[in-house]
Design a protein around this ligand. Structure first.
Ligand code: ADP
Ligand code: AMP
Length: 220
């Protein structure tokens, strides 16, 4: 299966992707995670992306498309779930073209829907483990010991772009540049609109229901 998870920043894409890959054995490809790894490694790509990420703007399409083409090429036969990519119609078109060269296409789009107020609450409360990447929330998904990762005991950190100020810009970029991607996919692909304003398990159940139908060839 080749799946795209769409939704505003903080909608729960990363949280749900981790559960999807566990259940269906797909590769999780998060453009944001890859960019943060590049930045941590001090690569040229990471340096190029820095100023855009810090201000909440999108990194230019040509940088992202090339980066994602590289990782998608190496994905296993079972397939992948894309998280945070594509984020513009241009990126979606380029992705479709490169898949079509190998007679492939995106099988389904899962569109996580939440309102902007919910996004702000989720993003500003997000805390992550710098070592294993586990994601928590100060109210919605608390670690057993406050501020400490359950899995490896590392001190949790807050992403610098998760401040309320930057979130406002990220939401603007989402509404202007990423929302049109949903309409783009609705023309030729199966798009499942998912009410993501529910608790984490309920959202997973909705996603699994659609993905299982798709895996069994019953998707609409
Ligand atoms: P995204 O990958 O879309 O940016 P995340 O999966 O990192 O979003 O989730 C953002 C924050 O919201 C995290 O702190 C996560 O624990 C929390 N979260 C995710 N899904 C839900 C949900 N359904 N209900 C409440 N909190 C959630
Ligand atoms: P995320 O982890 O998905 O919230 O992404 C963090 C930041 O990385 C975004 O605010 C953008 O600056 C950048 N980014 C991630 N994915 C993309 C993409 N597909 N296109 C452009 N910029 C991206």
């Amino acid at each position: 299966m080749r799946i795209v998870l769409l939704g505003a920043p903080g909608a729960g894409k990363g949280t749900q992707c981790k559960r999807i890959v566990e259940k269906y054995g797909l590769l999780h490809l998060s453009s944001g995670d890859i960019l943060r790894q590049e930045r941590a490694a001090g690569s040229t790509l990471g340096q190029k992306a820095q100023k855009y990420m810090d201000s909440g703007a999108l990194v230019p399409d040509e940088v992202i498309v090339e980066m994602m083409a590289g990782v998608i090429k190496k994905a296993p036969q079972a397939g992948f779930v894309l998280d945070g990519f594509p984020r513009t119609v241009n990126q979606a078109e380029k992705l479709d073209k490169s898949l079509a060269c190998n007679d492939k296409k995106i099988d389904a789009i899962l569109n996580l829907k939440v309102d902007d107020q919910m996004v702000a609450q989720r993003i500003t409360g997000r805390r992550s483990c710098p070592k294993c990447g586990a994601v928590y929330h100060v109210e919605n998904l608390r670690p057993k010991v406050e501020g400490i990762c359950d899995k490896d005991g590392t001190k949790l950190t807050q992403r610098p772009d998760d401040s309320l100020e930057v979130v406002t810009n990220r939401l603007k970029a989402y509404h202007q540049q990423t929302e049109p991607v949903v309409d783009y996919y609705k023309k030729n692909n199966t798009v499942y609109d998912i009410d993501a304003d529910k608790d984490i398990d309920e959202v997973s159940a909705l996603l699994f229901k659609n993905l299982s139908a798709l895996a069994e060839g019953r998707g609409n």
